[in-house]
Design a protein around this ligand. Sequence first.
Ligand code: ADE
Ligand code: ZN
Length: 351
Amino acid sequence: MSAANLNVSPELESLIARLPKVELHLHIEGTLEPELAFALAKRNDIALPFANVEALRAAYNFKDLQSFLDLYYATAAVLRTRKDFYALAMSYFTRAFADGVVHAELFFDPQTHTVRGVNLGDVFGGLRDAMTDAHNRYGITSELILCFLRHLSEQEALETLQQALPYRKEFVGVGLDSGERGNPPSKFVNVFAKARELGLRVVAHAGEEGPAGYIYEALDLLKVDRIDHGVRCDEDPELVARLARERIPLTVCPLSNLKLCVVKDLRNHNFAKLLRAGVAVTINSDDPAYFGGYIADNYRATAAALGLSAAEIVAVTENAVRGSYLAATEKTALLGRIRAAAARPIQLTVR
Ligand code: ADE
Ligand code: ZN
């Protein structure tokens, strides 16, 4: 079943549209739409291995995480200059604003770019320029999370962290992404310890394709604040109970899970089960240019497939606020805005 077959009621559609949303799992490189990829390829005189936009989009037919990553890293080759990173992030913020995003914590993969000779200062500079403009233009606040590529060595991750130190003020935390199988969190214990010593927040992808054991490693060895994906926690009831008890946020990406065959059908996704078991699940878009939907599409498809109630949709947006790296005062203010947005139709009916 494709996500396009899923519809929510007009009431839930309106609720999803007006709720202020926080996005906690978004790879900025994963927002590179084919049209922009071709425009940047032309500007930078780079040949993409596809004839045109349609041919590139037609290749978005993935059988697993690795088949997606191969295309994703190849397409990222068009990103070269500060202006390119600005254009990439600004086009994300424009779409995010249309979807009601008010705060986003963006992943980026410096190693994907530095290996091609791109200047790290241009990556930070272009992203920062867009974050500033998004705040001025749309009122969206944002933070950066620097991700290490887990298919590379811990030594390379340590070198990347070292190279990023001149930009320490530009990012709030570090993460771990790329091919999960065979690359457990335990491979990165030292670089995560170093990041924590530097006062950085820490998150990691775990339990997307990898086993529940990787979630334990991320929690106990890397000492992460949140788990990215984490959907395979379900294989271990004790782990689900722990995630619920400790209110550890899971940044779930339902349309990504569907597109990368982590689930065969959105109606079989364990999102609602985890939510109802008390886990602090959130809804996010991961790599929306590749997976057929931005954050509001993910909310709509999940609500429709799993029969989420209005109260559950509101609870999910609140989980994202609580799980974010916003300051406590900002969290309180945003929770108030969510409550006001959720209550609006009821007030209108009463009057
Ligand atoms: N990099 C970009 N998207 C990813 C995902 N879904 N899992 C792991 N690494 C990624
Ligand atoms: Zn991801």
